[in-house]
Design a protein around this ligand. Structure first.
Ligand code: HEC
Length: 115
């Protein structure tokens, strides 16, 4: 009984989060690249992931030592409030570049900043 109540609360919270995440996602989803055309993991992170992960929308992932399989799993399937990406967005090499970039924890341009 207790468990069920908790789940209901979590799903309400997620809906609010999803609404916010999607609002910011839609406004930035017009990136030009697709699978195999990304130059570097940094480019992917700055142009795609940073819109949520360098803002208050999503938890910090840069510099965390997450397994490549885990990152690929989340990116391909989504995780609760995080939307899944299409198979045509990133291929295996893109994911490998992206994961090593995330693990390296280099600093990145944040949304709204200019080079
Ligand atoms: C639309 C916003 C959005 C974008 C864009 C986005 N994420 Fe996320 N991501 C989230 C949110 C929100 C969560 C937290 C999900 C939760 O726990 O409910 C998350 C969680 C994650 C997690 C799990 C973190 C953990 O603590 O276990 C990983 C890994 C991740 N994102 C990787 C990425 C990568 C890599 C990209 C770029 C390809 C990306 N995300 C782009 C919103 C986003």
């Amino acid at each position: 009984m207790n468990v069920e109540k908790k789940e209901i609360r979590v799903s309400k919270f997620c809906r609010v989060l999803i609404a916010g995440a999607f609002a910011s996602f839609c406004s930035v989803s017009a990136w030009a690249e697709s699978a195999g055309q990304w130059q570097s993991g940094k480019q992917i992170y700055e142009q795609v992931c940073s819109h949520c992960h360098e803002t208050l929308v999503a938890p910090k992932i840069l510099g965390r030592k997450m397994a490549q399989d885990y990152v690929a799993f989340v990116v391909q399937r989504g995780l609760r409030a995080m939307p899944a990406f299409r198979p045509t967005d990133f291929n295996d090499q893109d994911m490998a570049k992206l994961t090593s970039f995330i693990q390296s924890g280099q600093s990145v341009k944040r949304e709204g900043e200019h080079p």
